[in-house]
Design a protein around this ligand. Sequence first.
Ligand code: NAD
Length: 316
Amino acid sequence: MTAAATIPAARVCADPTTVAATIPAARVCADATTVATTIPAESVGSQTIPGRPTPPYRRSMNSATQQDDLRPLVGRRALVTGGASGIGRAIAVAVAGAGADVTILDRDIQAKAVADKIGGFAVVADLSDLDSLAALDLDVDILVNCAGVQHVAPLESFPPDKFSLILRLMLEAPFRLIQHSLPHMYAQGWGRIINVSSAHGLRASAYKSAYVTAKHGLEGLTKVTALEGAPHGVTSNCINPAYVRTPLVEAQVADQARTHGISASEVLEKIMLERMAIKRLIEPEEVGALALFLCGDSARSVTGSSFCIDGGWTAH
Ligand SMILES: NC(=O)c1ccc[n+]([C@@H]2O[C@H](COP(=O)([O-])OP(=O)(O)OC[C@H]3O[C@@H](n4cnc5c(N)ncnc54)[C@H](O)[C@@H]3O)[C@@H](O)[C@H]2O)c1
């Protein structure tokens, strides 16, 4: 499948003329005037796309105003995968609140609603279609790899296609996005890569072989990116939450309740929060705040690290 066919609403730079016909609502690079005329009036995000100027980059920081200090990411462009929901959405909100120009990449059309809310842009695409990712405009300053799914089954019956999908989505897609976003970051001598890993990036749980494997791999990728990126002003870190109150976890609570024949509150108490010293689900906004810290200048020496926000889960 070509990129054009699989990315219905894409932020496209590579060759806009060839994709125009198949991209109904695209975030198109400034010079893609030929595409603009073929795009229906619908725009993704709160501003009209075609004439939208490139945001002012931090190169002009000498003229920073007090306003910029309050919104330290003004002039930065961020891409947040999985930003239509849960943790990704909270990170997108936090980063946009600090002034960044945020694009949400998600397979869920809900990405557009979130983008509208934060004055950002949406790209509706399936990250597991790896070859399509090269068509995206990845000239971003901040890349947050957050999209993910879970599948729970014993190893002997774990569906191989699910295993492959999870690795593609949660390890190979981050690799591709990092690979394609580094040249821009290197060129400007600044960049932030934030990979949303998990407590399961550091510890294992039974029946989550694909998820645990992908997250452990993401930890390694993060560290290699930190080593290679450091001379170019690029930091790379993981965020490692335990259970966060998101649709992904709410679905797991319902599944476990059904499987064990117990109530949702018992699932929380006896299964999910059992290893957490702080006995409550983490709120997505708490993760958003941590991501925001990692984007800031105070975190410029922080790289190759994994930040547990897990209520003590990994303290065991
Ligand atoms: N919720 C938790 O307790 C928790 C804990 C640790 C780590 N995490 C990690 O945080 C990340 C976000 O999880 P969440 O809890 O916010 O889940 P969520 O289900 O609320 O959000 C996941 C998002 O990823 C998107 N997505 C899934 N497959 C995709 C694909 N093929 N292409 C594009 N987008 C796709 C979904 O549409 C969704 O918007 C995941 O990587 C997850 O592993 C979550």
